[in-house]
Write a protein that binds this ligand. Structure first.
Ligand code: ADP
Ligand code: MG
Length: 594
Protein backbone atom coordinates (compact mmCIF):
# COMPACT_ATOMS: atom_id res chain seq x y z
CA UNK A 1 0.00 0.00 0.00
CA UNK A 2 1.26 3.42 -0.92
CA UNK A 3 2.19 5.95 1.76
CA UNK A 4 -0.64 8.32 2.37
CA UNK A 5 0.89 10.92 4.61
CA UNK A 6 2.04 14.00 2.74
CA UNK A 7 3.38 17.29 3.85
CA UNK A 8 0.85 20.00 3.20
CA UNK A 9 1.77 22.28 0.35
CA UNK A 10 3.13 25.53 1.76
CA UNK A 11 0.27 27.62 0.43
CA UNK A 12 -2.30 25.46 2.19
CA UNK A 13 -0.36 25.50 5.43
CA UNK A 14 -0.36 29.28 5.15
CA UNK A 15 -4.09 29.37 4.61
CA UNK A 16 -4.62 27.28 7.69
CA UNK A 17 -2.45 29.62 9.71
CA UNK A 18 -4.33 32.53 8.19
CA UNK A 19 -7.54 31.15 9.59
CA UNK A 20 -6.13 31.69 13.03
CA UNK A 21 -4.52 35.08 12.62
CA UNK A 22 -6.66 36.80 10.02
CA UNK A 23 -10.32 36.73 10.86
CA UNK A 24 -11.40 39.86 9.09
CA UNK A 25 -10.02 42.99 7.40
CA UNK A 26 -9.37 44.55 10.79
CA UNK A 27 -6.90 41.75 11.58
CA UNK A 28 -4.88 42.72 8.51
CA UNK A 29 -4.91 46.35 9.59
CA UNK A 30 -3.60 45.34 12.99
CA UNK A 31 -0.78 43.16 11.62
CA UNK A 32 0.35 45.74 9.09
CA UNK A 33 0.26 48.55 11.63
CA UNK A 34 2.29 46.50 14.07
CA UNK A 35 4.89 45.78 11.42
CA UNK A 36 5.10 49.48 10.57
CA UNK A 37 5.64 50.29 14.24
CA UNK A 38 8.23 47.56 14.67
CA UNK A 39 10.02 49.08 11.68
CA UNK A 40 10.53 52.28 13.68
CA UNK A 41 8.18 54.48 11.66
CA UNK A 42 7.30 57.97 12.80
CA UNK A 43 4.52 58.48 10.32
CA UNK A 44 1.97 55.91 9.17
CA UNK A 45 -0.90 56.21 6.74
CA UNK A 46 -3.71 53.69 6.44
CA UNK A 47 -5.81 53.66 3.29
CA UNK A 48 -8.99 51.58 3.27
CA UNK A 49 -11.56 50.91 0.56
CA UNK A 50 -14.89 49.23 1.17
CA UNK A 51 -14.11 48.52 4.77
CA UNK A 52 -11.00 46.66 3.74
CA UNK A 53 -12.80 44.22 1.50
CA UNK A 54 -11.19 45.65 -1.61
CA UNK A 55 -8.14 47.48 -0.25
CA UNK A 56 -6.08 47.75 2.92
CA UNK A 57 -2.89 49.71 2.47
CA UNK A 58 -0.39 50.77 5.09
CA UNK A 59 2.34 53.22 4.15
CA UNK A 60 5.16 53.84 6.58
CA UNK A 61 8.46 55.68 6.76
CA UNK A 62 10.22 52.96 8.76
CA UNK A 63 13.49 51.19 7.98
CA UNK A 64 12.21 49.51 4.82
CA UNK A 65 13.47 46.17 3.49
CA UNK A 66 16.25 45.02 1.22
CA UNK A 67 15.36 43.14 -1.94
CA UNK A 68 16.04 39.76 -0.30
CA UNK A 69 14.19 40.64 2.89
CA UNK A 70 11.22 41.78 0.87
CA UNK A 71 11.01 38.31 -0.67
CA UNK A 72 11.75 36.57 2.62
CA UNK A 73 9.15 38.47 4.57
CA UNK A 74 6.39 36.40 2.95
CA UNK A 75 7.86 33.05 4.00
CA UNK A 76 6.20 31.45 6.98
CA UNK A 77 8.13 31.81 10.22
CA UNK A 78 10.28 34.40 8.55
CA UNK A 79 10.94 37.10 11.08
CA UNK A 80 13.71 39.50 11.86
CA UNK A 81 12.47 39.76 15.41
CA UNK A 82 13.50 36.58 17.20
CA UNK A 83 16.82 34.89 16.70
CA UNK A 84 16.96 32.53 19.61
CA UNK A 85 14.29 30.81 21.59
CA UNK A 86 15.18 32.79 24.69
CA UNK A 87 14.03 35.89 22.92
CA UNK A 88 10.54 34.56 23.27
CA UNK A 89 10.62 35.50 26.92
CA UNK A 90 11.62 39.07 26.53
CA UNK A 91 9.63 40.18 23.58
CA UNK A 92 9.62 43.91 23.04
CA UNK A 93 8.40 44.17 19.47
CA UNK A 94 4.77 43.73 18.50
CA UNK A 95 5.05 40.86 16.02
CA UNK A 96 7.31 37.91 16.57
CA UNK A 97 5.86 34.83 15.04
CA UNK A 98 6.67 35.66 11.47
CA UNK A 99 3.39 34.41 10.14
CA UNK A 100 1.34 37.48 9.41
CA UNK A 101 2.62 38.38 5.97
CA UNK A 102 2.75 34.76 4.83
CA UNK A 103 -0.83 34.27 5.98
CA UNK A 104 -2.09 37.46 4.39
CA UNK A 105 -0.37 36.70 1.09
CA UNK A 106 -2.05 33.30 0.93
CA UNK A 107 -5.55 34.75 0.96
CA UNK A 108 -5.25 37.95 -1.07
CA UNK A 109 -3.30 39.86 -3.66
CA UNK A 110 -0.43 41.75 -2.15
CA UNK A 111 1.58 44.59 -3.57
CA UNK A 112 4.70 45.64 -1.71
CA UNK A 113 6.91 48.63 -2.35
CA UNK A 114 9.81 49.05 -0.02
CA UNK A 115 13.12 50.86 0.09
CA UNK A 116 15.90 51.09 2.64
CA UNK A 117 16.92 54.60 3.65
CA UNK A 118 19.81 55.84 1.58
CA UNK A 119 19.19 53.47 -1.34
CA UNK A 120 18.54 54.70 -4.86
CA UNK A 121 15.96 52.14 -5.83
CA UNK A 122 13.38 50.11 -3.99
CA UNK A 123 11.74 46.76 -4.57
CA UNK A 124 8.29 46.33 -6.05
CA UNK A 125 6.79 42.91 -5.45
CA UNK A 126 3.40 41.47 -6.42
CA UNK A 127 2.16 38.28 -4.86
CA UNK A 128 -1.10 36.42 -5.38
CA UNK A 129 -2.08 33.44 -3.25
CA UNK A 130 1.53 33.04 -2.10
CA UNK A 131 2.97 33.08 -5.65
CA UNK A 132 5.26 35.84 -6.75
CA UNK A 133 3.74 37.41 -9.86
CA UNK A 134 6.38 40.01 -10.48
CA UNK A 135 9.40 41.59 -8.90
CA UNK A 136 11.12 44.70 -10.16
CA UNK A 137 13.08 47.75 -9.04
CA UNK A 138 11.07 50.87 -8.49
CA UNK A 139 11.19 54.51 -7.46
CA UNK A 140 9.62 54.88 -4.06
CA UNK A 141 9.98 56.73 -0.79
CA UNK A 142 12.16 55.18 1.92
CA UNK A 143 10.03 52.89 4.06
CA UNK A 144 7.36 50.41 3.17
CA UNK A 145 3.99 50.48 1.48
CA UNK A 146 2.00 47.29 1.62
CA UNK A 147 -1.33 46.99 -0.16
CA UNK A 148 -3.63 44.03 0.41
CA UNK A 149 -6.33 43.68 -2.22
CA UNK A 150 -9.39 41.45 -2.42
CA UNK A 151 -8.93 39.80 0.91
CA UNK A 152 -10.33 36.23 1.08
CA UNK A 153 -11.03 36.21 -2.66
CA UNK A 154 -9.92 32.57 -2.74
CA UNK A 155 -11.67 31.57 0.47
CA UNK A 156 -15.34 32.13 -0.39
CA UNK A 157 -16.56 30.73 2.92
CA UNK A 158 -14.64 33.43 4.76
CA UNK A 159 -15.64 36.17 2.45
CA UNK A 160 -19.27 35.27 2.87
CA UNK A 161 -18.93 35.49 6.62
CA UNK A 162 -17.75 39.06 6.55
CA UNK A 163 -20.26 41.46 8.03
CA UNK A 164 -21.69 44.57 6.43
CA UNK A 165 -19.35 47.42 5.52
CA UNK A 166 -20.21 49.54 8.56
CA UNK A 167 -19.58 46.65 10.92
CA UNK A 168 -16.26 45.70 9.35
CA UNK A 169 -15.21 49.31 9.30
CA UNK A 170 -16.01 49.63 12.98
CA UNK A 171 -13.67 46.74 13.66
CA UNK A 172 -10.95 48.47 11.65
CA UNK A 173 -11.48 51.71 13.55
CA UNK A 174 -11.18 49.82 16.79
CA UNK A 175 -7.80 48.32 15.84
CA UNK A 176 -6.65 51.68 14.57
CA UNK A 177 -7.60 53.42 17.82
CA UNK A 178 -5.87 50.85 19.98
CA UNK A 179 -2.64 51.26 18.10
CA UNK A 180 -2.89 55.03 17.81
CA UNK A 181 -3.49 55.33 21.57
CA UNK A 182 -0.48 53.22 22.38
CA UNK A 183 1.81 55.24 20.11
CA UNK A 184 1.04 58.89 20.50
CA UNK A 185 4.59 59.72 19.43
CA UNK A 186 3.73 58.55 15.90
CA UNK A 187 1.73 60.49 13.33
CA UNK A 188 -1.18 58.44 11.97
CA UNK A 189 -3.72 59.08 9.33
CA UNK A 190 -6.67 57.00 8.27
CA UNK A 191 -8.40 57.39 4.93
CA UNK A 192 -11.57 55.50 4.06
CA UNK A 193 -13.04 55.58 0.55
CA UNK A 194 -11.08 58.73 -0.18
CA UNK A 195 -12.17 60.55 2.96
CA UNK A 196 -9.70 61.39 5.71
CA UNK A 197 -11.17 60.07 8.95
CA UNK A 198 -8.26 60.87 11.23
CA UNK A 199 -5.06 62.81 10.99
CA UNK A 200 -3.32 62.47 14.31
CA UNK A 201 -0.26 64.52 15.06
CA UNK A 202 2.36 63.33 17.53
CA UNK A 203 1.78 64.64 21.03
CA UNK A 204 0.77 63.68 24.52
CA UNK A 205 -1.71 60.96 25.35
CA UNK A 206 -4.40 63.36 26.47
CA UNK A 207 -4.36 65.12 23.17
CA UNK A 208 -4.51 61.84 21.30
CA UNK A 209 -7.51 60.76 23.35
CA UNK A 210 -9.29 64.01 22.58
CA UNK A 211 -8.62 63.69 18.85
CA UNK A 212 -9.72 60.06 18.74
CA UNK A 213 -12.83 60.49 20.83
CA UNK A 214 -14.41 63.82 21.59
CA UNK A 215 -12.98 67.17 22.52
CA UNK A 216 -15.66 67.39 25.19
CA UNK A 217 -14.00 64.49 27.04
CA UNK A 218 -11.38 66.90 28.29
CA UNK A 219 -13.21 67.89 31.45
CA UNK A 220 -13.97 64.29 32.34
CA UNK A 221 -10.46 62.88 32.17
CA UNK A 222 -8.59 62.13 35.38
CA UNK A 223 -4.91 61.38 35.25
CA UNK A 224 -3.58 58.22 36.82
CA UNK A 225 0.06 57.60 37.47
CA UNK A 226 1.73 55.25 39.92
CA UNK A 227 5.04 53.54 39.85
CA UNK A 228 6.94 50.88 41.77
CA UNK A 229 10.04 48.91 40.98
CA UNK A 230 8.07 46.24 39.18
CA UNK A 231 5.17 48.05 37.72
CA UNK A 232 4.18 51.34 36.25
CA UNK A 233 0.62 52.45 35.68
CA UNK A 234 -0.24 55.50 33.63
CA UNK A 235 -3.13 56.92 31.71
CA UNK A 236 -6.58 58.35 32.17
CA UNK A 237 -9.87 57.28 33.63
CA UNK A 238 -13.10 59.11 32.91
CA UNK A 239 -15.18 60.55 35.74
CA UNK A 240 -18.95 60.13 35.80
CA UNK A 241 -19.40 62.51 32.86
CA UNK A 242 -17.94 59.77 30.70
CA UNK A 243 -19.89 56.82 32.10
CA UNK A 244 -21.93 55.11 29.40
CA UNK A 245 -24.86 52.76 29.35
CA UNK A 246 -23.30 50.77 26.52
CA UNK A 247 -20.00 49.07 26.91
CA UNK A 248 -18.01 52.11 26.00
CA UNK A 249 -14.38 52.72 25.31
CA UNK A 250 -12.14 50.77 27.60
CA UNK A 251 -8.52 50.39 26.73
CA UNK A 252 -5.98 48.48 28.73
CA UNK A 253 -2.45 48.05 27.47
CA UNK A 254 0.44 46.03 28.77
CA UNK A 255 3.80 47.18 27.50
CA UNK A 256 1.99 49.13 24.80
CA UNK A 257 0.10 46.08 23.63
CA UNK A 258 -3.69 46.18 23.82
CA UNK A 259 -4.96 43.28 25.87
CA UNK A 260 -8.26 41.72 26.81
CA UNK A 261 -8.32 40.74 30.42
CA UNK A 262 -11.67 40.32 32.15
CA UNK A 263 -9.75 39.91 35.38
CA UNK A 264 -7.95 43.24 35.17
CA UNK A 265 -10.97 45.02 33.75
CA UNK A 266 -12.76 43.86 36.84
CA UNK A 267 -10.03 45.39 38.98
CA UNK A 268 -10.57 48.72 37.28
CA UNK A 269 -14.31 48.46 37.73
CA UNK A 270 -13.81 47.79 41.43
CA UNK A 271 -11.59 50.85 41.57
CA UNK A 272 -14.56 52.94 40.46
CA UNK A 273 -16.51 51.49 43.37
CA UNK A 274 -20.20 52.12 43.98
CA UNK A 275 -20.00 55.31 41.94
CA UNK A 276 -20.31 53.29 38.76
CA UNK A 277 -23.28 51.14 39.66
CA UNK A 278 -24.31 48.12 37.67
CA UNK A 279 -25.73 49.71 34.58
CA UNK A 280 -22.76 51.85 33.63
CA UNK A 281 -19.45 51.29 31.94
CA UNK A 282 -16.48 53.54 32.59
CA UNK A 283 -14.09 55.13 30.11
CA UNK A 284 -10.42 54.44 30.52
CA UNK A 285 -7.11 54.31 28.73
CA UNK A 286 -4.61 52.63 31.00
CA UNK A 287 -1.06 51.56 30.35
CA UNK A 288 0.72 49.02 32.48
CA UNK A 289 4.41 48.61 32.12
CA UNK A 290 5.93 45.41 33.44
CA UNK A 291 9.25 43.72 33.02
CA UNK A 292 8.61 41.46 29.97
CA UNK A 293 10.16 38.48 31.71
CA UNK A 294 7.26 38.53 34.15
CA UNK A 295 4.62 38.03 31.51
CA UNK A 296 3.83 35.51 28.83
CA UNK A 297 2.28 37.00 25.73
CA UNK A 298 2.56 33.88 23.65
CA UNK A 299 -0.76 32.56 24.84
CA UNK A 300 -2.85 33.30 21.81
CA UNK A 301 -1.88 33.94 18.20
CA UNK A 302 -3.51 37.32 18.10
CA UNK A 303 -1.60 38.19 21.23
CA UNK A 304 -4.43 39.88 23.04
CA UNK A 305 -4.32 37.58 25.98
CA UNK A 306 -1.58 37.56 28.45
CA UNK A 307 -0.48 35.74 31.57
CA UNK A 308 1.18 37.48 34.50
CA UNK A 309 3.40 36.04 37.12
CA UNK A 310 1.79 38.00 39.94
CA UNK A 311 -1.71 38.58 38.78
CA UNK A 312 -3.21 39.25 42.18
CA UNK A 313 -0.73 41.94 42.99
CA UNK A 314 -1.41 43.66 39.72
CA UNK A 315 -5.13 43.37 40.32
CA UNK A 316 -4.89 45.16 43.63
CA UNK A 317 -2.48 47.75 42.48
CA UNK A 318 -4.61 48.64 39.50
CA UNK A 319 -7.71 48.89 41.62
CA UNK A 320 -6.07 51.17 44.14
CA UNK A 321 -4.61 53.39 41.46
CA UNK A 322 -8.02 53.98 39.91
CA UNK A 323 -9.50 54.57 43.33
CA UNK A 324 -6.88 57.16 44.07
CA UNK A 325 -7.55 59.08 40.91
CA UNK A 326 -11.23 59.19 41.70
CA UNK A 327 -10.71 59.86 45.37
CA UNK A 328 -8.59 62.83 44.51
CA UNK A 329 -11.27 64.18 42.25
CA UNK A 330 -14.25 63.34 44.46
CA UNK A 331 -12.90 65.08 47.46
CA UNK A 332 -13.18 68.47 45.87
CA UNK A 333 -16.98 68.73 46.00
CA UNK A 334 -16.94 67.67 49.65
CA UNK A 335 -14.84 70.66 50.49
CA UNK A 336 -16.75 73.18 48.49
CA UNK A 337 -18.61 74.73 51.35
CA UNK A 338 -15.33 75.80 52.79
CA UNK A 339 -13.02 76.31 49.89
CA UNK A 340 -15.40 78.53 47.97
CA UNK A 341 -15.15 81.08 50.67
CA UNK A 342 -11.41 80.87 50.87
CA UNK A 343 -11.18 81.14 47.18
CA UNK A 344 -13.36 84.15 46.63
CA UNK A 345 -11.72 85.98 49.49
CA UNK A 346 -8.42 85.29 47.86
CA UNK A 347 -9.45 86.37 44.39
CA UNK A 348 -6.70 87.34 42.07
CA UNK A 349 -3.35 87.17 43.71
CA UNK A 350 -1.78 89.72 41.45
CA UNK A 351 1.42 87.84 41.88
CA UNK A 352 4.20 87.96 39.30
CA UNK A 353 4.46 84.90 37.11
CA UNK A 354 0.88 83.94 36.60
CA UNK A 355 -0.56 82.51 39.75
CA UNK A 356 -4.16 81.62 39.96
CA UNK A 357 -5.01 82.52 36.42
CA UNK A 358 -7.48 79.68 36.31
CA UNK A 359 -9.89 79.37 39.15
CA UNK A 360 -9.01 76.16 40.87
CA UNK A 361 -10.61 74.39 43.73
CA UNK A 362 -8.87 74.31 47.03
CA UNK A 363 -7.15 71.03 46.60
CA UNK A 364 -4.94 70.98 49.64
CA UNK A 365 -7.08 68.59 51.64
CA UNK A 366 -7.56 66.12 48.85
CA UNK A 367 -3.93 65.80 47.94
CA UNK A 368 -3.06 65.32 51.55
CA UNK A 369 -5.26 62.31 51.84
CA UNK A 370 -3.87 61.05 48.59
CA UNK A 371 -0.37 61.52 49.69
CA UNK A 372 -0.92 59.88 53.03
CA UNK A 373 -2.53 56.86 51.43
CA UNK A 374 0.24 56.61 48.95
CA UNK A 375 2.80 56.53 51.66
CA UNK A 376 0.99 54.08 53.76
CA UNK A 377 -0.18 51.49 51.36
CA UNK A 378 0.50 51.85 47.74
CA UNK A 379 4.17 52.36 47.52
CA UNK A 380 5.20 49.27 49.36
CA UNK A 381 2.93 47.12 47.23
CA UNK A 382 2.05 44.76 50.02
CA UNK A 383 -1.60 43.95 50.06
CA UNK A 384 -2.74 41.41 52.54
CA UNK A 385 -6.43 42.11 52.11
CA UNK A 386 -8.09 43.22 48.98
CA UNK A 387 -9.81 46.15 50.53
CA UNK A 388 -7.19 47.34 52.87
CA UNK A 389 -7.00 50.76 51.39
CA UNK A 390 -9.82 53.04 52.31
CA UNK A 391 -9.84 56.34 50.60
CA UNK A 392 -11.98 58.96 52.20
CA UNK A 393 -14.19 60.39 49.54
CA UNK A 394 -17.55 61.86 48.95
CA UNK A 395 -18.52 58.69 47.16
CA UNK A 396 -17.91 56.45 50.13
CA UNK A 397 -19.54 58.90 52.48
CA UNK A 398 -16.29 59.47 54.28
CA UNK A 399 -16.23 63.19 54.18
CA UNK A 400 -13.09 64.92 55.25
CA UNK A 401 -13.23 68.57 55.96
CA UNK A 402 -12.27 69.69 59.40
CA UNK A 403 -11.09 66.31 60.65
CA UNK A 404 -8.01 66.63 58.53
CA UNK A 405 -6.69 69.46 60.60
CA UNK A 406 -6.66 69.64 64.33
CA UNK A 407 -7.65 73.24 64.27
CA UNK A 408 -8.09 75.78 61.60
CA UNK A 409 -5.09 77.86 62.50
CA UNK A 410 -2.72 75.22 61.24
CA UNK A 411 -3.92 75.67 57.73
CA UNK A 412 -1.92 78.86 57.37
CA UNK A 413 1.27 78.31 55.44
CA UNK A 414 4.40 80.13 56.53
CA UNK A 415 7.32 81.30 54.48
CA UNK A 416 10.82 80.79 55.82
CA UNK A 417 14.05 82.32 54.57
CA UNK A 418 12.08 83.83 51.69
CA UNK A 419 12.54 80.56 49.89
CA UNK A 420 10.51 77.79 51.50
CA UNK A 421 6.94 77.35 52.52
CA UNK A 422 6.11 75.41 55.62
CA UNK A 423 2.69 73.86 55.81
CA UNK A 424 1.37 71.88 58.73
CA UNK A 425 -0.77 68.90 57.83
CA UNK A 426 -2.39 66.34 60.02
CA UNK A 427 0.34 63.76 59.72
CA UNK A 428 3.18 66.23 60.25
CA UNK A 429 4.33 69.04 58.00
CA UNK A 430 5.73 69.60 54.57
CA UNK A 431 8.35 71.97 53.35
CA UNK A 432 7.92 73.30 49.82
CA UNK A 433 10.69 74.78 47.74
CA UNK A 434 8.92 77.76 46.20
CA UNK A 435 11.10 77.98 43.15
CA UNK A 436 10.91 74.28 42.34
CA UNK A 437 7.19 74.21 42.93
CA UNK A 438 6.62 77.15 40.64
CA UNK A 439 8.79 75.59 37.98
CA UNK A 440 6.62 72.47 38.01
CA UNK A 441 3.42 74.52 37.78
CA UNK A 442 4.67 76.60 34.88
CA UNK A 443 6.04 73.56 33.08
CA UNK A 444 2.69 71.82 33.10
CA UNK A 445 0.89 74.96 32.07
CA UNK A 446 3.30 75.57 29.18
CA UNK A 447 3.18 71.99 27.96
CA UNK A 448 -0.58 72.20 27.98
CA UNK A 449 -0.52 75.46 26.06
CA UNK A 450 1.89 74.06 23.46
CA UNK A 451 -0.08 70.91 22.94
CA UNK A 452 -3.63 72.11 23.00
CA UNK A 453 -5.18 74.56 20.64
CA UNK A 454 -6.39 76.87 23.35
CA UNK A 455 -4.92 80.30 23.14
CA UNK A 456 -3.10 81.66 26.14
CA UNK A 457 -4.36 85.00 27.37
CA UNK A 458 -1.85 87.63 26.59
CA UNK A 459 -1.30 91.07 27.89
CA UNK A 460 0.00 93.81 25.66
CA UNK A 461 3.15 95.52 26.76
CA UNK A 462 4.58 98.85 26.16
CA UNK A 463 7.15 97.32 23.76
CA UNK A 464 10.36 96.19 25.42
CA UNK A 465 13.49 95.55 23.39
CA UNK A 466 15.86 92.71 24.08
CA UNK A 467 19.08 91.58 22.51
CA UNK A 468 19.97 88.10 21.40
CA UNK A 469 23.56 87.30 20.58
CA UNK A 470 24.31 86.22 17.04
CA UNK A 471 25.14 82.64 17.91
CA UNK A 472 21.70 82.18 19.44
CA UNK A 473 19.62 83.99 16.87
CA UNK A 474 18.80 81.05 14.66
CA UNK A 475 17.78 78.97 17.63
CA UNK A 476 15.69 81.82 18.97
CA UNK A 477 13.87 82.47 15.71
CA UNK A 478 13.14 78.78 15.44
CA UNK A 479 11.22 78.79 18.69
CA UNK A 480 9.50 82.14 18.26
CA UNK A 481 6.32 80.53 16.86
CA UNK A 482 6.13 78.21 19.88
CA UNK A 483 6.78 81.10 22.24
CA UNK A 484 3.90 82.87 20.60
CA UNK A 485 1.68 79.97 21.61
CA UNK A 486 2.83 80.51 25.17
CA UNK A 487 1.77 84.13 24.93
CA UNK A 488 5.03 85.83 24.00
CA UNK A 489 4.62 88.20 21.06
CA UNK A 490 8.12 88.84 19.76
CA UNK A 491 9.32 90.39 16.52
CA UNK A 492 12.70 90.84 14.95
CA UNK A 493 13.82 94.47 14.81
CA UNK A 494 16.89 93.84 12.68
CA UNK A 495 20.40 93.03 13.85
CA UNK A 496 20.49 91.47 17.26
CA UNK A 497 17.46 93.40 18.52
CA UNK A 498 13.97 92.02 19.08
CA UNK A 499 10.83 93.69 20.32
CA UNK A 500 8.61 92.02 22.88
CA UNK A 501 5.07 93.30 22.52
CA UNK A 502 3.09 90.81 24.55
CA UNK A 503 3.66 88.33 27.34
CA UNK A 504 1.39 85.76 28.96
CA UNK A 505 -0.92 87.64 31.28
CA UNK A 506 0.09 87.64 34.90
CA UNK A 507 3.77 87.43 34.10
CA UNK A 508 6.42 89.86 35.10
CA UNK A 509 7.79 92.10 32.37
CA UNK A 510 10.56 93.77 34.29
CA UNK A 511 13.32 91.29 33.57
CA UNK A 512 12.57 90.17 30.02
CA UNK A 513 16.22 90.24 28.97
CA UNK A 514 17.21 87.98 31.82
CA UNK A 515 14.34 85.60 31.24
CA UNK A 516 15.19 85.23 27.56
CA UNK A 517 18.91 84.79 28.25
CA UNK A 518 18.36 82.07 30.82
CA UNK A 519 15.73 80.46 28.67
CA UNK A 520 18.03 80.25 25.65
CA UNK A 521 20.89 78.84 27.67
CA UNK A 522 18.55 76.26 29.19
CA UNK A 523 16.98 75.43 25.89
CA UNK A 524 20.33 74.76 24.30
CA UNK A 525 21.06 72.21 26.98
CA UNK A 526 17.60 70.74 27.02
CA UNK A 527 17.12 69.99 23.36
CA UNK A 528 19.98 67.57 23.63
CA UNK A 529 18.45 65.60 26.47
CA UNK A 530 14.71 66.03 26.17
CA UNK A 531 12.73 63.99 23.71
CA UNK A 532 10.49 66.64 22.23
CA UNK A 533 11.04 70.27 21.38
CA UNK A 534 7.89 71.22 23.24
CA UNK A 535 9.20 69.65 26.38
CA UNK A 536 12.56 71.30 26.00
CA UNK A 537 10.93 74.67 25.48
CA UNK A 538 8.41 74.30 28.28
CA UNK A 539 11.12 73.22 30.63
CA UNK A 540 13.44 76.08 29.76
CA UNK A 541 10.69 78.66 29.96
CA UNK A 542 9.47 77.29 33.27
CA UNK A 543 12.93 77.44 34.69
CA UNK A 544 13.67 80.95 33.53
CA UNK A 545 10.28 82.43 34.43
CA UNK A 546 9.89 80.70 37.77
CA UNK A 547 9.73 82.54 41.00
CA UNK A 548 13.15 83.01 42.47
CA UNK A 549 14.37 82.54 45.98
CA UNK A 550 14.43 85.70 48.08
CA UNK A 551 10.97 86.59 47.08
CA UNK A 552 8.52 87.37 49.84
CA UNK A 553 5.12 85.81 49.41
CA UNK A 554 1.81 86.74 50.96
CA UNK A 555 -0.38 84.06 52.55
CA UNK A 556 -2.65 84.27 49.53
CA UNK A 557 0.23 83.76 47.17
CA UNK A 558 1.47 80.80 49.13
CA UNK A 559 -1.95 79.21 49.13
CA UNK A 560 -2.24 79.70 45.42
CA UNK A 561 1.14 78.15 44.88
CA UNK A 562 0.27 75.17 47.06
CA UNK A 563 -3.07 74.60 45.37
CA UNK A 564 -1.60 74.83 41.93
CA UNK A 565 1.27 72.56 42.79
CA UNK A 566 -0.98 69.81 44.01
CA UNK A 567 -3.27 70.18 41.06
CA UNK A 568 -0.28 69.25 38.86
CA UNK A 569 0.01 65.85 37.28
CA UNK A 570 3.37 65.29 38.91
CA UNK A 571 3.68 67.57 41.91
CA UNK A 572 6.61 65.75 43.47
CA UNK A 573 9.50 66.85 41.29
CA UNK A 574 10.54 69.58 38.87
CA UNK A 575 10.79 68.63 35.21
CA UNK A 576 14.53 68.41 35.84
CA UNK A 577 13.99 65.88 38.63
CA UNK A 578 14.51 68.01 41.74
CA UNK A 579 12.20 67.67 44.71
CA UNK A 580 9.40 70.21 45.01
CA UNK A 581 8.68 69.41 48.63
CA UNK A 582 9.78 67.22 51.52
CA UNK A 583 7.41 65.59 53.97
CA UNK A 584 8.05 65.32 57.70
CA UNK A 585 5.97 62.72 59.45
CA UNK A 586 4.90 63.37 63.00
CA UNK A 587 5.56 59.78 63.95
CA UNK A 588 9.18 60.06 62.80
CA UNK A 589 9.60 63.31 64.67
CA UNK A 590 8.22 61.73 67.83
CA UNK A 591 10.63 58.85 67.38
CA UNK A 592 13.59 61.17 66.92
CA UNK A 593 12.85 62.85 70.20
CA UNK A 594 12.70 59.63 72.15
P1 ADP B 1 6.65 39.30 12.33
O1 ADP B 1 6.12 40.68 12.40
O2 ADP B 1 6.02 38.40 13.31
O3 ADP B 1 8.13 39.21 12.30
P2 ADP B 1 5.48 39.33 9.72
O4 ADP B 1 5.03 38.23 8.82
O5 ADP B 1 4.46 40.30 10.15
O6 ADP B 1 6.15 38.66 10.95
O7 ADP B 1 6.67 40.08 9.02
C1 ADP B 1 7.82 39.37 8.60
C2 ADP B 1 9.04 40.24 8.52
O8 ADP B 1 8.92 41.18 7.46
C3 ADP B 1 9.30 41.07 9.74
O9 ADP B 1 10.01 40.37 10.73
C4 ADP B 1 10.09 42.25 9.18
O10 ADP B 1 11.47 41.90 9.08
C5 ADP B 1 9.58 42.36 7.76
N1 ADP B 1 8.58 43.46 7.65
C6 ADP B 1 7.24 43.32 7.62
N2 ADP B 1 6.62 44.52 7.51
C7 ADP B 1 7.60 45.45 7.48
C8 ADP B 1 7.61 46.90 7.39
N3 ADP B 1 6.48 47.63 7.32
N4 ADP B 1 8.81 47.52 7.37
C9 ADP B 1 9.97 46.80 7.45
N5 ADP B 1 10.02 45.45 7.55
C10 ADP B 1 8.85 44.77 7.57
MG1 MG C 1 4.18 41.22 12.14
Amino acid sequence: MADIIQLLPESIANQIAAGEVIQRPASVVKELLENAIDAGSTSITVVIKHSGKSLIQVIDNGVGMSETDARMSFERHATSKIRETEDLFSIKTMGFRGEALASIASISEVELKTKLHGEELGTHLRIKTSDVISQEYCQTEPGTSLAVKNLFFNVPARRKFLKSDPVEFRHILEEFKRIALAHCEIRFSLVHNGEEIYNLVPGQLKRRILSLFKKSYETGLLTIKEETDHLKIEGFVGNEELFRKQKGDQYLFVNKRYIKSPYLNHAIKMGFGPLLGDEHYPFYVIFLEIDPSRIDINVHPTKQEIKFEDERLIYNYLKVTVKHALGRYNLAPALDFESDKIFSARGHTGMGPGFSQQSRKDTSAEWQSLYQDLNRDTLDLEFSKEDQLVIPSAATGDILGSTLYDDNEEKKPMQIHSAYILLVIKSGFILIDQQHAHERILYERFIHALESSEAVTQSQLFPVTIKVEKANQQLFEGIMPSMKRLGYEIQSFGGDTYIVQGIPSGFDESNMQEIIDTMLAQYRQNIEVRSGNNEALAQSMAKSASLKKNRKLSIEEMRSLIDELFACETPFITPGGKKCFITFELKDIVKDFQ
